[in-house]
Design a protein around this ligand. Structure first.
Ligand SMILES: Cc1cc2nc3c(=O)[nH]c(=O)nc-3n(C[C@H](O)[C@H](O)[C@H](O)COP(=O)(O)OP(=O)(O)OC[C@H]3O[C@@H](n4cnc5c(N)ncnc54)[C@H](O)[C@@H]3O)c2cc1C
Ligand code: FES
Ligand code: FES
Length: 488
């Protein structure tokens, strides 16, 4: 297979080819400092505010899809094979794009600092066609913060402009852009730099695994929604970067009869339909995970590999009984996901070993699942406590349970004493739940930090287990969330 010593992407109808790009160069810096396209703004520089939002066009199963991403935490290497569109490209001479015109018409901009980001998020919504509901619009722009205008006029602008089939230059040029992107997909392993300092984006699975094994000191990057902040906030030097995203098989998402299988580079946007089909609570947690921009870049694999005790996915996946497959060179090994995190900041993964695949069992008929995310802000916030519960039922009796929490220990963790205490509990006798609920204090000794106090965490965990039991028992006084009603 061939190796290419340049990064290539589509911009303004032409192919940009870069052969001297520093590994840590962000797309935002490339735009503002190298290309000098300065409409895209830097706000927080950590993926939170959305001021730097740009649109990326990607061929997914042959179809051109436009997604919003945060340019401040996206590496130039991640552009390979994609189309990059920024706010500077939208107007046609003096004629504004429909989403820009709608923002003018609804007075959707005051100081204007957030506006380029909103324009680009709305641009990607516009490309989807259709007429999104107010809730869908709010979810789509949850990653764009505005401090002065207020969101009502911005949502009105979305309602006004995103109300039917896309008919702009990009819609009309989709065929040609698709052809150009298909031509860029040469299957080559990209390697830009020297053995001491490089950014690599292998297209072949074997090359990725070999390169990672040969360079155990390299930084593996999937979506860069964590690693991007190491660069912009921690000022870390990462001379060797290996991107996983170029390997197609690592984006594969298969939904079989009994399980969902994800490649480690599948983004949240790619993985959500299959994982959401397991249970409505998985769908709801994933809807609130990060923002549309974070979900377009970030991966489930990265959420596991980072070993964070407060990642949203591991508690749900551990409760569901997920298996993780790792690969080092040509050698694969699998382990239960709950065994991956050993201690704070330590995982069962040797240098150069890659998170490769995740297998998630689907629920059987006699299994019930619940998951809850507790965070200070409803949208786009890291969890204070994250809970996943799976109950196996024998009629109205719990025959076994898997419960897992994030934010309650140094790693995502199962509660062994609580699980044992749940065995044999009747859903019809709430008094019999008390021992299990009390056991949570034996299983978990959380810490106090800026997100929550230890006492609050224990309190909330106990409340969540009670809520899950009440919901599964079908207690009449349980408020059933709309997202569950929708699938009931
Ligand atoms: C604004 C914002 C909001 C966020 N909100 C949430 C949230 O609500 N919930 C949440 O859980 N997280 C959240 N995050 C954190 C982050 O988005 C997730 O942890 C995400 O899943 C990381 O995936 P990634 O692909 O971007 O990882 P990367 O940044 O690419 O990598 C993360 C870590 O995993 C390693 N790694 C990545 N892929 C592999 C692999 N295949 N093999 C081995 N190692 C690998 C990297 O070396 C690094 O150590 C948020 C981040 C931002 C910026
Ligand atoms: S500058 Fe705030 S998200 Fe990029
Ligand atoms: S218009 Fe000022 S931040 Fe949005």
């Amino acid at each position: 297979m061939t190796t290419r010593a340049s990064i290539r992407f589509l911009r303004r109808g032409r192919i940009v080819e870069l052969s001297h790009v520093p590994p840590m160069r962000s797309v935002l810096d490339w735009l503002r400092l190298d290309e000098r396209a300065r409409g895209t703004k830097e706000g927080c520089n950590e993926g939170d505010c959305g001021a730097c939002t740009v649109a990326l066009g990607t061929l997914k199963n042959g179809k051109l899809v436009y997604e919003p991403v945060n340019a401040c935490i996206l590496l130039v290497g991640q552009l390979d094979g994609k189309e990059l569109i920024t706010v500077d490209d939208l107007a046609d001479g003096e004629t504004l794009h429909p989403v820009q015109q709608a923002l003018v018409d609804t007075h959707g901009s005051q100081c204007g600092f957030c506006t380029p980001g909103f324009v680009m998020s709305l641009f990607t919504l516009y490309q989807q066609g259709g007429a999104p509901t107010r809730d869908e619009i709010a979810t789509h722009i949850a990653g764009n913060l505005c401090r002065c205008t207020g969101y009502r006029p911005i949502i009105e602008a979305a309602q006004l402009s995103c109300s039917g089939k896309a008919a702009d230059r990009w819609a009309k040029g989709a065929k040609e852009a698709t052809r150009q992107l298909a031509a860029l997909d040469d299957g080559a392993d990209v390697f830009v730099g020297t053995p001491e300092s490089f950014i690599a984006r292998p297209a072949q699975a074997a090359t990725l695994a070999r390169l990672a094994a040969e360079n155990p000191d390299a930084t593996i990057v999937s979506g860069a929604t964590d690693v991007g902040l190491w660069i912009t906030k921690q000022m870390r030097q990462l001379p060797k970067i290996i991107l996983t995203g170029g390997v197609k098989e690592l984006h594969a998402v298969e939904s079989g009869k009994d399980r969902v299988t994800l490649g480690a580079a599948a983004t949240y946007a790619e993985a959500t339909p299959a994982l959401a089909s397991i249970d409505a609570d998985v769908a709801e947690v994933m809807r609130r995970l990060g923002s549309t921009q974070v979900r377009a870049s970030g991966t489930v694999g990265g959420n596991i590999a980072n070993g964070s005790p407060i990642g949203d996915m591991p508690p749900m996946l551990i409760a569901l009984g997920a298996t993780l497959t790792l690969r080092h060179g040509a050698v694969e090994r699998s382990l239960p996901l709950e065994n991956f995190s050993i201690a704070y900041g330590r995982q069962d993964r040797k240098p150069g070993e890659l998170v490769w695949r995740i297998d998630v069992p689907k629920l059987r008929r006699n299994e019930a699942f619940r998951a809850y995310k507790i965070s200070k802000r409803f949208d786009q916030d890291i969890s204070a406590v994250m809970a996943g519960f799976k109950f196996t039922l024998d009629g109205r009796t719990i025959s076994s349970a898997r419960i897992a929490f994030g934010g309650m220990a140094a790693t995502p963790k199962r509660g062994a004493a609580t699980e044992a205490a749940l065995q044999g509990v009747s859903l019809d006798q709430p008094a019999s739940w008390a021992t299990a609920i009390d056991s949570l204090a034996k299983d978990f000794q959380p810490i106090s930090d800026m997100r929550a106090s230890a006492a609050y965490r224990i309190d909330v965990a106990q409340g969540l287990l009670k809520k899950a039991l009440m919901e599964v028992a079908g207690a009449a006084n349980t408020r059933v969330l709309a997202h569950r009603k929708a699938v009931a």
